[in-house]
Design a protein around this ligand. Sequence first.
Ligand code: DGY
Length: 322
Amino acid sequence: MSARPTVVVTRRLPPPVEQRLRSLFDARLNAADAPLDDAALAGAMRDADALLPTVTDRITADLFGTPGRRVRIVSTFGVGYNNIDVAAARRNGVIVTNTPDVLTDDTADLAITLLLMVARRTGEGERLVRAGAWTGWRPTQMLGTRVAGKTLGLIGFGRIGRAVAARARGGFRMRVLWHDPSPGDDAASLGAERRRSIEEVLHESDFVSLHCPATPDTKHLMNAERLAAMRPGAFLINTSRGDVVDEAALVRALQERTIAGAGLDVYEREPSVSRELLAMDNVVLLPHLGSATDETRVAMGNRAVDNLAAFFDGGAPLDRVA
Ligand code: DGY
């Protein structure tokens, strides 16, 4: 039997990361890339020293309470960890780590991508061309909304929110407003203006982009009332978590033209997407691509491995969240 710690990895990871895992640990990789069901996760909790899950694995209190559990650390591949019952981890003395920082730029880029796509109707335009339905340029064809100089409201002003602010200010000369219950300290230098309430941000913004974590407090933070508080011509962008938006209320707000459109990378019941949204041309829908670049996915994997290595070397993992 190997003396090296056993690590169960729930999905395929980029090859350099899998190679590193194999070199450091008795790594049980998932060559088939099929999601593990609860029984397989419970088996991993019993048989391994560490679990390396991703943001789509639900690591519940039951799993932390698995009789005969051997896992002592859960090093998740992702910055968000709303899929993990961290209170249960703490109760059971299991360490949980995540992968912050390394995905900030790519996720901010994707929020800006969605903002531009929905404002300039690029998804709709691409569908038109691919359908062979484009009849040629004309002055009134497919007019969108200008982005430069408009007001962007950020709900959540952590690493990713601030990176979006920098892009919007520097690239598009936007006025940026933000609300966050725990503000960062470099808000002023980004030229962004703080607002005391979410409602103030919603009232003043042409685009609203969500950058808060999914917690019990932020579940359905964008509900029917808050959607109604947005400007009629405004757009909602979500690259955070689907739970933060009441998707049924969003469908109604879009149907009733309470808001002008939405750019979404995340959904309440991923991978399922409300069928009404699928039919709307004023909505851009992406498949949770925020951090999906080669560079970032390798960096996320390495960060998850660094956390495991620090723990098994007897040190303190860098990114401990429980
Ligand atoms: C995360 O890390 O939380 C993203 O949603 C997946 O990259």
